[in-house]
Design a protein around this ligand. Structure first.
Ligand code: SF4
Length: 349
């Protein structure tokens, strides 16, 4: 973490970093390991006409001028986390699940992150008073069955900080499932060590969900991290975001999901991009996402195929695709959730 790359030396790169700072959006940071996965040098890489790197690894990490444009229906808080916040850093949107943004720091800041406007204000790991308040909230809400420990990156702090959080969750409910949502196995794989998985084991039931987007992320060091988690007997699943120019290809996704399944990782979710401000250049048109998913269903086994899902605009909940689609009306899709409420989602141009 301390050695992350945080500066760019080319004049265009420097200007972009200044603008990110001025507009208080997601800063730039990437581990040297992450940048080493790319096929090009991050300072001089080729970029498309919008200024987005062509390399799928660099495109996820390097800022581009396209981030300063706002797309249709985009907002700073596309999942409506503020509205569903019950405590600072704690979101209770679905009756059975509570989400805690344990840390605002990430080894790699992903340019398409739906919390890109939120993270700059949430540096550091949740403190003791925040942990205690979460514990009391869980004790008062017995309908909760799962606690999603997310971020930022929840594996950034020391194991003792994480232990404080996990032990308070466990004290609040011995049957609560802890769901650790992490990108560290792909951005900082050496973070996954024997001590960390021993901590995970002490707080079972606990599941680890890895955010992974491209086969180039599945390096030998990633495989070792995954193996360490699996060898400890912990369930390991994956979630992937569909990203234009990065993985919007059936062939790339077949390689990704079949390899994850071979490694013992269950592909869980494939997400349509959220309507986060400044991310339109990453979103795959929904029509194309549905086409890719149809092809994936033909090519992958049930064990290899994740569920395609989209978060309804303004935090109205998760919708599965294609079953939530009612009709396409011009440039918008009409989607219907299990509660019968309808939502509009734009088709990207
Ligand atoms: S690691 Fe997760 S929380 Fe951090 S920037 Fe990437 S997507 Fe966002």
């Amino acid at each position: 973490m301390r050695k992350r790359v945080r500066t760019l030396s080319q004049p265009s790169g420097k200007a972009l970093l200044k603008r990110l700072e001025a507009e208080k959006v997601l800063p730039f940071a990437a581990t040297a390991y992450w940048l080493s996965l790319a096929c090009e040098d991050y300072e001089t890489c080729s970029r498309d006409e919008r200024g987005v790197p062509l390399d799928p690894i660099l495109a996820q990490a390097l800022p581009s001028p396209a981030e300063f444009e706002r797309g249709r229906m985009e907002t700073e808080d596309p999942l409506g986390e503020k509205e569903h916040s019950v405590l600072p850093r704690v979101v209770h949107q679905y009756p059975s699940r509570v989400l805690v943004r344990a840390s605002g720091d990430c080894p790699l800041y992903c340019r398409y992150c739906f919390r890109r406007s939120l993270l700059p204000g949430e540096e550091g790991f949740i403190d003791d008073s925040g942990i205690e308040a979460l514990g009391r909230y869980l004790e008062a809400h017995r309908e909760v069955r799962e606690v999603l420990v997310s971020g930022g990156e929840p594996l950034t702090a020391s194991d003792s900080r994480r232990e404080s959080l996990f032990s308070r969750i466990r004290a609040a409910g011995k049957d609560l499932t802890i769901r650790v949502c992490t990108r560290a196995p792909v951005s900082l794989p050496d973070r996954v060590d024997a001590q960390l998985v021993a901590l995970f084991r002490r707080y079972r039931p606990l599941k680890v969900i890895i955010h992974v987007n491209h086969p180039a992320e599945l390096s030998p060091r990633f495989e070792k991290a995954a193996e360490t988690i699996l060898d400890a007997g912990l369930p390991l699943l994956s979630q992937t975001v569909l990203l234009r120019g990065i993985n919007d290809s059936t062939e790339v996704l077949i390689r990704l999901f079949s390899r994850l399944a071979r490694l013992g990782i269950d592909p869980y979710y494939l997400f349509q991009g959220d309507l986060a401000a400044g991310t339109a250049h990453f979103r795959v048109p929904l029509s194309r996402s549905l086409e890719i998913y149809r092809e994936l269903r033909l090519a992958l086994s049930g064990l290899e195929l994740p569920r395609l899902a989209v978060d309804a605009p303004d935090g109205e909940g998760k919708l599965f695709l294609p079953e939530s689609i009612v009709v396409r009306e011009g440039d918008f899709w009409i989607l219907e959730g299990p509660d019968g409420r309808r939502h509009r989602y734009p088709e990207e141009s």
